[in-house]
Design a protein. Structure first.
Lengths: 514, 329
């Protein structure tokens, strides 16, 4: 039967939804309640190998104040309407702005975009969820505050709140974003407003400088979760260093990753190399400078011989290690000596700086990201296969050479079985590594779409069976990943959900929590 | 700033002396025959620095000519189709494009760009509060082994996948007959977001766009239309990845003598599939000439009789992947 909505929340009649929409309009005004298909269409593209119709929203709401959010939640509780909250909604490859389940109402906080405070001396910021990195970057630059951001690959168009709440990473010394989060304001499902940490104390001026407050630390339960709506977010900024030296080390064999990680780990742990280093495979780098079709046609994954030719043609490494040194010229000179000695010993790696690589576009975008500049070149990955399909496979690995080689080989083998390429990189934390693989496929080819789904499913199954957990996943596979962490954790998540959101109105399905 | 803004000019490929291409203002897409007002709509073409930019623009230009001719008898004022060419691509110029959209309120855009830029473009359209009427993903591959494999379930080498608000704004029905003329096997899948009300009527005008196609409908949970030429309905389903066991009812078949012949009666003929695409997207964007089929999903599958590799027109676009848009801000 025809409906005036493109989707309805599960179990909600059109009549009930009509009433809810009328109430939403009374709170927000008609122009902030979107139900027209052409207004909702930009929320729907997911890039996942499932029909977009499974993630079609019923409406989008544009709130601008905490009070409006409280009223929206009251309406949602009244009618049992589920809402899916986004800040800027740039979670590309993880489901983008689309809800986890068909029919959910998207609460879009992009209009809550005030930069509330940036403290130059204490180097922190307090922002609303709609603030983008570009906005904050401009703010800092205009005022010459001498502070750096740490941004993920979508940099300019994404924002710190959403990225940190989904536990995203950047590439500066502040690259593990949640580590540098400090204080949140959260609207709970019952409308209460919680300020975490020191923020709960009236007249406190330490909300953005001391993370822990008193009693159980709560900030963590509002990341990758659906227990509340974060409306203010504090985080630390990096003082701009007096000097900065980005570099790349190129290795020519896949097995070399063992050596890379073994050399890198102590340098990372002892702080010689302070930033979130990237070890990028050639196929992660290639889309910036080459076309897949110039090296391979037809079905199947790209052969190793073609990758070697590509590497040779474009002066890449099979592994490309991007790192940087920060500090005074003296500090950098000293650390540079340590780095070059460590990586130069075996003679396998070629160490290059800006001077040697010139205007190499791959180096340029990595160098920009490692100093927190805005740069979208990483999206070139989407041109590699073409056809609009992408899912990030993101298992965590120990920072141990043998482990990284094992994960890489296993991933490559499973991808190849399904005819897909290994476009992967490792982002080096202190003791862990985020193994990030873009599972790229062509959505216009039904067989390839089917293969991509099967491949991703197999990756999750095989990796979890070997004890490798996934730290983040797209909304089509959230339940599966939640299951890999076992029944006890799931039950705890569920218990918290019941306690904080008894009607289950906040983003049901997020991280597999309902 | 290397965002180039200019008017669409005749001879865009030739690059010779160019003159402004003035045309009458066009009627809005949703204007019904009974409407007594003619609203004007400015339209801008955004070229995202892809290898197909010029060919796509040729198709756009042709569509604009046809549309303008259709309204030339009205008293509307002439309008110009503006063209914005992103010399270094959207990934580099995202800020400029965001600002451009923000300052183009009321403007309808037809755009073509690579898939990476398209992912970002969708985001900035949403951020700008824009309306996304149609987004098409287009793939032409040169997988030689698949030429023979097209007998089985391998997908055609030329594939289009659209997500559109409604059939009225989706280019598939305009594109399909023009691709038939190029003698290259292809598939088109269109998913529609909007209202699929039928008021009891089914599509009955398939002859308007594609007499060589046999047309079928399936009324499961998702009202679906499938138009096949050179393949059976079962083969068509297989090639599109649709469920073969679905029940289909034929509602239109080719007239005698139609099958395999050129089907589009007009003066302009595309030189290649990209031009045909530019034409179809623009015609849909202008809301002119699209067959209104009431369904939630539509597919076209065509298998060429001749060897695809022999089509000289296609050789210059043997391996292309890009995205087209119709948006309004």
């Amino acid at each position: 039967m025809a409906s005036k909505y493109i989707a309805l929340p599960k179990g909600i009649s059109e009549q009930t939804f009509d009433a809810a929409v009328r109430d939403f309009s009374r709170v927000l005004g008609d122009d902030a309640v979107l139900t027209a298909p052409e207004r909702l269409a930009p929320y729907i593209k997911t890039m996942m190998p499932v029909p977009d119709s499974e993630h079609t929203l019923s409406a989008a709401l544009m709130a601008t104040t905490v009070e409006q959010i409280q009223k929206i939640l009251a309406i949602c509780n009244k009618y049992k309407i589920p809402i899916w909250t986004i800040s800027t909604g740039k979670n590309l490859g993880y489901g983008s702005a689309a809800p986890a389940e068909r029919g959910q109402v998207v609460l879009d906080l992009k209009r809550m975009n005030r930069i509330l405070e940036v403290d130059k001396d204490l180097a922190y910021a307090l922002v609303e969820p709609g603030v983008t990195y570009q906005q904050l970057y401009d703010y800092i630059k205009e005022r010459n505050l001498g502070l750096w951001l740490s941004v993920p690959a979508p940099s300019a168009i994404a924002g710190p709140t959403g990225n940190t709440l989904d536990r995203g990473v950047g590439y500066t010394p502040y690259g593990e974003h949640f580590l540098f989060a400090c204080g949140m304001e959260v609207v709970l499902a019952n409308g209460d407003v919680l300020r975490t940490g020191m923020g709960s104390l009236p007249n406190s001026n330490t909300w953005q400088v001391f993370k822990w407050g008193y009693g159980p630390y709560l900030d963590g339960i509002f990341t990758q979760s659906n227990y509340g709506i974060v409306t203010k977010f504090g985080f630390w900024l990096m003082p701009a260093p007096p000097a900065y030296k980005p570099f790349v080390i190129r290795y020519q064999n896949e097995e070399d990753i063992e050596e890379i990680v073994e050399i890198m780990r102590p340098l990372r742990i002892n702080g010689v190399i302070p930033n979130a280093v990237v070890i990028a495979h050639a196929l992660y780098e290639a889309p910036v400078i080459a076309r897949r079709s110039d090296y391979v046609t037809g079905p199947g994954s790209i052969p190793d011989a073609a990758v070697r030719k590509l590497v040779k043609d474009h002066n890449l490494g099979i592994w490309n290690v991007y790192a940087a040194l920060y500090g005074t010229e003296e500090q950098i000179a000293l650390n540079w000596k340590i780095v070059t000695q460590a990586f130069g010993k075996s003679g396998r790696g070629q160490i290059l700086t800006q001077r040697e690589v010139g205007d190499d576009p791959a180096f340029a975008y990595r160098a920009a990201l490692m100093r927190g500049d805005m740069n979208l070149q990483e999206f070139s990955l989407y041109n590699w296969r073409g056809g609009g399909g992408s899912m990030w496979f993101a298992p965590v690995s120990q920072a141990r050479g043998s482990e990284t080689l094992k994960q890489m080989s296993l991933t490559k083998q499973i991808l190849a079985k399904h005819g897909l390429d290994y476009s992967g990189e490792f982002i080096v934390g202190m003791r862990d590594m985020h193994h990030i693989v873009d599972v790229l496929y062509d959505k216009t080819d039904p067989a390839q779409e089917k293969a991509a789904y099967a491949c991703f499913d197999e990756l999750l199954t095989v990796f979890s069976a070997q004890g490798y957990g996934t730290y983040r996943v797209n909304s089509a596979f959230m339940d599966k990943v939640a299951q890999t962490y076992g029944p006890v954790q799931r039950q705890v998540h569920k218990t918290l959900k019941k306690a904080l959101d008894p009607n289950g109105i906040l983003a049901p399905g997020k991280s597999g929590i309902r | 700033m290397d965002v180039n803004r200019r008017n669409l000019m005749k001879g865009i490929l030739a690059g010779g002396t160019l003159a402004t291409f003035g045309i009458p203002r066009l009627t809005t897409a949703g204007m019904g025959p009974g409407s007594d007002t003619v609203k004007t709509r400015a339209c801008t073409l955004l070229l995202g620095n892809t290898p197909v930019d010029d060919a796509f623009a040729n198709g756009v230009s042709a569509a604009y000519s046809v549309s303008s001719a259709a309204v030339s008898n009205t008293s509307a004022q002439p309008a110009t189709l503006e063209v914005v060419k992103l010399k270094s691509g959207l990934l580099v110029k995202v800020r400029q494009v965001s600002e451009l959209l923000a300052t183009s309120r009321g403007m309808r855009w037809v755009a073509v760009m690579d898939d990476a830029s398209a992912a970002v473009f969708t985001e900035i359209v949403r951020t700008a509060g824009g309306r996304l009427l149609s987004r098409g993903t287009h793939v032409s591959s040169r997988n030689v082994s698949a030429y023979s494999a097209f007998q089985s379930d391998s997908p055609p080498l030329l594939r289009h996948l659209w997500a559109s608000v409604s059939p009225e704004q989706s280019p598939g029905a305009i594109l399909a007959p023009r691709l038939v003329g190029n003698h290259k096997s292809f598939s088109i899948v269109e998913d529609f977001l909007g209202e699929t009300r039928s008021n009891g009527e089914t599509s009955s005008g398939s002859h308007l766009f594609a007499p060589v196609f046999r047309s079928y409908e399936s009324t499961g949970p998702l009202a679906t239309h499938l138009h096949c030429s050179g393949v059976s309905v079962s083969e068509g389903c297989g090639l599109l990845g649709w469920n073969r066991s679905q029940r289909w009812t034929e509602f239109s078949s080719p007239r005698d003598g139609d099958e395999g012949t050129q089907t589009v009666q007009e003066n302009w003929h595309p030189a290649n599939w990209v031009e045909a695409l530019g034409y179809a997207v623009t015609r849909a964007g202008l809301g002119a000439g699209t067959l209104q089929e009431y369904c939630a999903r539509r597919g076209f599958v065509y298998r060429a009789r001749q060897g695809e590799w022999r089509n000289m027109y296609e050789s210059i676009f043997s391996e292309e992947r890009f995205t087209s848009f119709i948006v309004e801000v």
